[in-house]
Design a protein around this ligand. Structure first.
Ligand SMILES: O=C(CO)[C@@H](O)[C@H](O)COP(=O)(O)O
Ligand SMILES: [Co+2]
Length: 215
């Protein structure tokens, strides 16, 4: 069954503790935590102090998506603050292999992601080093954008590649995911679906969980 990772970017931060409780009760699998630095992406979101507090109020795995330049400077702090999975952008560092090693040295799951304009083949040399590959289906920086269908072939490529090479990384999809686009992602082999604006427009979070899983 596909895993569901709501993007907290779209939740109501004035009621964070209530939101987290509702998410736990609805059966979501990960909490997706979008970190934006105003440099790698043209927006600023939240960072370490919020992550530390989030860690204190949930046992759900925290899936940190670092949209920050030079992530090697910060991955240690994001590990210590309570992330379970740390995903970095290939485009954000000249040292992607080293950053992934650093994440694993902190006993965290290492993820890599690419912008829509980046060729998926560029990931080949590091696919044996990752626990998760995140396919961006919007340009990172904002919630509420439309799903770019041309990215679906990256999911198929990554699914074929792991089967052909005996690898077991998870394939996660992020950006513009709703009930319809979720079905397209599941067909291509996606394992984890991130959803922000679609998810949080519902009052009862059981509903988007069911719909995104195609139940
Ligand atoms: O990383 C990002 C955006 O950069 C995402 O995680 C979004 O927050 C997803 O939001 P929706 O596209 O589902 O509204
Ligand atoms: Co994200």
């Amino acid at each position: 069954m596909v895993k569901i990772a709501p993007s907290l970017l779209s939740c109501d931060f004035t009621k964070l503790q209530e939101e987290v409780k509702k998410l736990e009760e609805s059966g979501v699998d990960y909490l997706h935590f979008d970190v934006m630095d105003g440099q790698f992406v043209p927006n600023i979101s939240f960072g370490l102090p919020i992550l530390e507090q989030l860690r204190q109020i949930t046992h759900l795995p925290i899936d940190s998506h670092l949209m920050i330049a030079n992530p090697e400077v910060f991955v240690g702090q994001f590990a210590d603050a309570g992330s379970d999975i740390i995903t970095v952008h290939l485009e954000a560092t000249p040292h992607i292999h080293r950053v992934l090693q650093m994440i694993r040295q902190h006993d965290k799951k290492a993820g890599v992601t690419i912008n829509p304009g980046t060729n998926v083949n560029l990931l080949d040399p590091i696919l044996s080093e990752v626990d998760l590959v995140l396919v961006m289906t919007v340009n990172p920086g904002f919630g509420g954008q439309s799903f770019i269908e041309g990215m679906l072939e990256k999911i198929s490529y990554l699914d074929d590649y792991r089967k052909a090479n005996g690898l077991s990384y998870e394939i996660e999809v992020d950006g513009g995911v709703n009930a319809e686009t979720a079905a397209l992602c599941r067909e291509r082999g996606a394992d984890v679906l991130v959803a922000g604006s679609y998810f949080f427009k519902h009052d009862d979070y059981h509903e988007p969980v069911r719909r995104l899983r195609g139940e």
